[in-house]
Design a protein around this ligand. Structure first.
Ligand SMILES: Nc1ncnc2c1ncn2[C@@H]1O[C@H](COP(=O)(O)OP(=O)(O)OP(=O)(O)O)[C@@H](O)[C@H]1O
Length: 387
């Protein structure tokens, strides 16, 4: 019998498809009671890893276990782990209710559970409609309802926000957080950090089939130190003046600005005034998760972010706890590479610094309005994307 912990453990997991190393010696754990984001760029190996965890692909090496057991030794696995993978198909002529009845019977659950899960995902009013006429968002909900049939301790969702409108994303966020609060394990993959940032509290970041970071999102956020970008009349003069004043984490940037860490805007302003160097503007860059995500996965992106420089930025104090090394064989941008002014998906430019202002706050988790909260509890089956 499995240990009932709800813990996912991936150890030295590898998968080779012919010449393609889809997953290479991947190790991480996912604990119950939290929503864990499984993040990496397209092709990083997320789906392959999840498929190995769910017993759909045989690993070349290593193990992926739930409750200490590989999927094929879980007994009735649907009662332990529910999953939604990409491109799940439904019989188009079958109603949502009948689809769920078939699956419910297959795992030994009573018919009554079908109505429960329809309510949980807000599909009760569409229960007798054929799945073939469902929108993408409705199909996502039906797939989630199927995963929930066995009342599983562990939920594994591959890119679950695909096809959901903003209301659907908010609904899913609230649902998953509530599920985890019950002490269950939720693992959600995505290639976009900002899509799941408000949903997850733990994160596993992979790139090129290897683990780059496994730890809390807060820790990752804290490890990304802020810096001030200074536009001045004399960049090299300012660098010297700052260094003479004991501010050593200073670096000129390709665009003519100077990046300074470990000093306040006021200190920088005082030094530049004393050195008679005109300052035209200062911008404070605060902890930017997207930038950290980019740095951790850069070997797989085609181009670095604007302002990206060889070597660490000023004030960089080494990798965050949990960082597991650069991608193997990454040798920087290819010869002839010219930086483009195109931010990666989801990149948010830093806010303009204001002299009296506080550093920008991290986005707050937004409470749903009462009507949506009712939807979240499955009491109101009207939801966006229907039709
Ligand atoms: N059945 C397969 N045969 C051959 N190569 C495969 C197979 N499945 C995946 N791959 C390759 O393995 C690598 C990892 O793919 P995978 O789908 O696991 O990545 P992913 O992180 O889920 O990407 P995405 O975010 O685009 O879904 C890719 O290079 C992919 O082309």
């Amino acid at each position: 019998m499995h240990d009932g912990s709800g813990r996912i453990a991936v150890q030295n997991l590898s998968k080779q498809f012919g010449a393609v190393n889809a997953v290479q010696n991947l190790s991480f754990t996912v604990e119950p009671g939290s929503v864990t984001g499984f993040l990496g760029p397209n092709g990083a190996g997320k789906t392959t890893t999840l498929r190995m965890l769910l017993g759909l692909v045989t690993p070349t090496n290593g193990t992926a276990t739930i409750n200490g057991r590989p999927h094929d030794q879980l007994g009735n696995p649907a009662r332990v782990v529910g999953s939604v993978l990409e491109n799940e198909g439904f019989h188009p002529g079958r109603t949502a209710r009948n689809h769920l009845r078939v699956y419910s019977a297959a795992i030994g659950m009573p018919d009554q559970r079908v109505d429960e899960v329809l309510g949980l995902v807000g599909l009760s009013s569409a229960a007798d409609r054929k799945a073939g006429g469902f929108s993408l968002g409705m199909r996502q909900r039906l797939a989630l309802a199927t995963a929930l049939l066995g009342n599983p301790q562990v939920l594994v969702l591959d890119e679950p926000t695909n096809g959901l409108d903003p209301e659907g994303i908010l609904w899913l966020r609230n649902f998953l957080r509530a599920y985890a609060r019950e002490g269950r394990t939720v693992l959600v993959s995505s290639h976009l950090l900002n899509e799941v940032e408000q949903t997850i509290d733990q994160v596993v970041i992979i790139s090129q089939g290897m683990t780059r970071y496994n730890g809390s999102l807060d820790q990752l956020r804290k490890s990304n130190q802020s810096r001030v970008l200074v536009q001045s009349a004399d960049a090299s003069g300012l660098v010297s003046a700052l260094q003479e004043a004991g501010i050593t984490q200073v670096a000129p940037m390709p665009d003519g600005r100077v990046a300074v860490s470990g000093a306040t805007v006021q200190q920088i302003g005082d030094v530049s005034a004393k050195a008679s160097i005109a300052v035209y503007g200062m911008q404070e860059e605060t902890a930017d998760l997207e930038r950290m995500f980019f740095q951790l996965t850069q070997g797989q992106y085609a181009a670095p972010q604007p302002g990206f420089q060889q070597g660490p930025p000023p004030g960089y104090q080494g990798p965050p706890p949990g960082y597991q090394g650069p991608p193997p064989g990454y040798q920087g941008p290819p010869p002839g590479y010219a930086p483009q002014n195109t931010p990666p998906p989801g990149f948010a430019p830093p806010q303009q610094f204001q002299q009296q202002g506080q550093p920008p706050q991290q986005p707050q988790y937004q409470q749903a309005p009462p009507q949506q909260q009712a939807q979240q509890q499955g009491q109101n089956e009207g939801w966006g994307g229907q039709g």
